[in-house]
Design a protein. Structure first.
Length: 235
């Protein structure tokens, strides 16, 4: 069952990458610039959410040291997540206390590049040195100058990321969620390193085959059904 879901999501990752390459080609020919490349890692300090199917694709290809880093990262999340009282504080907490994705390598490259989820593939920066910046730390004047420098026809305003790639990524991600629901009767979505940890720790993909109740019980019993890290949709 999972193999079919993983194969499909991998095909859609490839399709998406082709579409993004085409979009970037058109954008640069019209004079635009995209500031993403190997070693440019600042967006890897943001929270990364994905479908459980995508997390499984990452989990099955990890080295031992990557798996160990994912466990350490999940442990850090578990110890701090109670401080997040709403989405805004969760995002700030992640940036300031949790830090970079555990799959980021020392040279700034992505250690799971071929399997990275839609949320990573879809972030295209139209501004240099803005990814990972804490917008709330800017003065009013700096915020105004930044917003005025954005191209509202291209970006997911008021961010500097390309809107078209984010919307398409979300659309394909939604398809992956829907397929999981059709097969299992429920879906699981959440923080990438945490979902990878859950697979290693609980063999969650096997537990999920026993249904919604069994999965909910396994997560609750172990105290791992944590807000912002796991979104469990059983309806
Ligand atoms: S999976 Fe790769 S691209 Fe995505 S946040 Fe982690 S290191 Fe960065």
């Amino acid at each position: 069952m999972w193999q079919g879901l993983k194969d499909k999501v991998r095909r859609e990752h490839t399709l998406f990458d082709d579409e993004v390459r085409g979009w970037i080609g058109g954008y640069t020919r019209s004079g635009g610039n995209i500031f993403c490349g190997k070693g440019c890692r600042e967006c890897c300090n943001l929270t990364v959410n994905c479908t459980f199917t995508e997390a499984l694709c990452v989990a099955e290809n990890l080295s031992e040291s990557q798996a160990a880093r994912a466990r350490e990262h999940a442990d850090l999340l578990r110890r701090h997540i109670h401080q997040a009282t709403d989405l805004k504080t969760y995002l700030r907490l992640h940036r300031q206390q949790i830090g970079f994705c555990p799959f980021l390598e020392e040279d700034g490259s992505c250690g799971v590049y071929g399997e990275r989820p839609f949320s990573c593939r879809s972030l295209l920066a139209t501004k240099e040195s803005r990814c990972g910046a804490d917008f709330s730390s800017l003065s009013g004047e700096e915020k105004r100058a930044f917003i005025e420098s954005l191209d509202p026809a291209v970006v997911a305003f008021p961010m500097h990321y390309v809107a078209a790639s984010q919307e398409r990524g979300q659309e394909l991600e939604y398809h992956a969620v829907r397929r999981m629901k059709e097969r299992l009767g429920f879906s699981l979505y959440g923080n990438l390193p945490f979902l990878v940890f859950l697979e290693g720790h609980l063999r969650l993909s096997t537990v999920m085959l026993d249904g919604y109740e069994a999965t909910a019980m396994a997560l609750e019993r172990t105290g791992l059904l944590l807000p912002y890290l796991v979104t469990f949709d059983g309806l």
